[in-house]
Design a protein around this ligand. Structure first.
Ligand SMILES: [Zn+2]
Length: 434
């Protein structure tokens, strides 16, 4: 028998590729952090001598969720900015608070709290957008989670960089520092079209093209940003060359058919963040129309200041129910497709589609295991439907990233949760006293 690191035996496995497939009484063999084989438990247990065998007899095993858009450090503002108006929330609550408090320590403590929130709800990889990306990268590395760390680009001076030029300079150095890292990758994160001049956007696009770096950007989140100086935002991004397969456009709520066709023809990804969009009163992204155009749809939570949790299970249920409640004549989205959006499509949006997002031999063993033996998730006809429409985050029992168990029997293995929570509490005291 071949020696391997880990063999996980599960009642059900949803490999995501091919879509819609459910494997019963199957196992995943892991060696050196990667998936070596997926097959019937009876076969793999005779083929491999595993150093560790994990039996999950009432559970469904699937790729870990990929949260394709968040601002991890904003967990420290969870519940601190509750305006129902997007403009007020952003300009009079969130920006002043972040401006006042942000530094390396804030970003580290907030990102660690976010990692605890995400791992305990089954997320193994997140796409981040925040200042101090080098601190995000260090924190992710220390936690041994996976992230595509956004290299933020904004024109205004901040405590991190004085100009868009300095943002790019510091960001590209960080990209270089993590070039061969197995867990941390980077993407360019121009904040939003309305916040950036033509020259900066062209520089971002050139850097993306040269380095084949993904870009992640807020696009048409509110109705006010659809047209600027007589030009539609999508037309401007097209003119500047930003519409490309490297772009993951986040939110994408307010669009007409011309916008949609331009985006679909360019092969961009979209990141759907329904809970944040609902909470800030920005509307609902036309997901069925993206699907009708065969676009790559991913799912994100956005930051905890507008969600307010980072659970992808929660996000998926909201997304799936909204899509059912706003019927489109020809397009339906089934539970299995939502799971693909939340895993493989998210990975593709972040430039990681070849290495994570499905249980395919050769990919990193980034996995999430959910216990379905609860009153509210039995009996099981289709585990995908149970995950999307019934399961809750406390049913996430295990999470592996690159074969390492970061959550085991619902307990974090590396993060000291007490310490993380204590630091978050201290930030709340400082921020609320100010
Ligand atoms: Zn955002």
């Amino acid at each position: 028998m071949d020696p391997i690191d880990t063999l996980i035996n599960a009642r059900w496995i949803i490999p995501i590729e091919p879509v819609g497939r459910v494997l019963e009484f199957h196992s995943v063999a892991i060696q050196a952090g990667r998936i070596l084989a997926v097959g019937p438990t009876s076969e793999l247990s005779g083929r491999f001598a595993a150093r560790e065998i994990v039996d999950r007899t009432d559970h469904v095993l699937l790729p870990g969720f990929v949260n394709a858009h968040t601002h991890a450090a904003m967990t420290l503002l969870r519940g601190a900015a509750e305006s129902a108006s997007f403009e007020r929330w952003l300009r009079t609550q969130v920006w002043p608070l972040e401006h006042r408090w942000i530094d390396a320590e804030y970003v580290r403590d907030g990102t660690e709290l976010a990692i605890a929130d995400m791992l305990t709800s089954g997320t193994t990889c997140f796409g981040d957008m925040h200042l101090y990306p080098e601190v995000v990268a260090q924190t992710v590395s220390a936690a041994q989670m996976r992230a595509c760390v956004g290299l933020p680009v904004i024109e205004e001076s901040t405590s991190w960089a004085e100009s868009a030029g300095e943002c790019l300079e510091k960001g590209l150095k960080l990209h270089d520092d993590y070039r061969d890292d197995p867990l941390v990758t980077t993407c360019l994160s121009p904040y939003a079209s309305w916040a950036l001049g033509d020259e900066t956007l062209i520089r971002v696009r050139r850097a993306a093209d040269e380095l084949e770096l993904p870009m992640s950007m807020h696009v048409n989140e509110s109705a006010d940003e659809v047209v600027a100086e007589g030009e539609r935002t999508i037309a401007r991004l097209d003119r500047l060359g930003l519409l490309s397969p490297l772009l993951a456009a986040v939110h994408m709520i307010h669009l007409d058919d011309v916008d949609l066709d331009a985006c679909a023809n360019a092969g961009i990804s979209v990141v759907h963040c329904p809970q944040s969009n609902l909470k800030l009163g920005n509307g609902v992204s036309p997901v069925a129309r993206f699907k009708a155009r065969d676009m790559n749809i991913a799912v994100g939570t956005n930051g905890a200041a507008s969600n307010n949790d980072l659970s992808m299970l929660d996000e998926l249920r909201t997304a799936a129910l909204l899509a059912r409640g706003i019927p489109s004549a020809h397009v339906t989205i089934e539970a299995h497709e939502w799971l693909r959006f939340a895993t493989l499509n998210g990975a593709r949006a972040l430039g990681l589609g070849e290495v994570i997002g499905s249980l395919t031999p050769g990919k990193w063993a980034d996995l999430c295991c959910i216990d379905l033996k609860r009153a509210h998730t039995q009996p099981v006809y289709d585990p995908a439907a149970q995950i999307v429409f019934a399961a809750s985050r406390d049913q996430v029992s295990d999470v592996w990233v690159a074969g390492r168990a970061l959550l085991s029997s619902s307990r974090l293995t590396r993060l000291d949760l007490e310490d993380v929570l204590e630091r978050a509490q201290r930030w709340r005291e400082r921020i609320s006293k100010a």
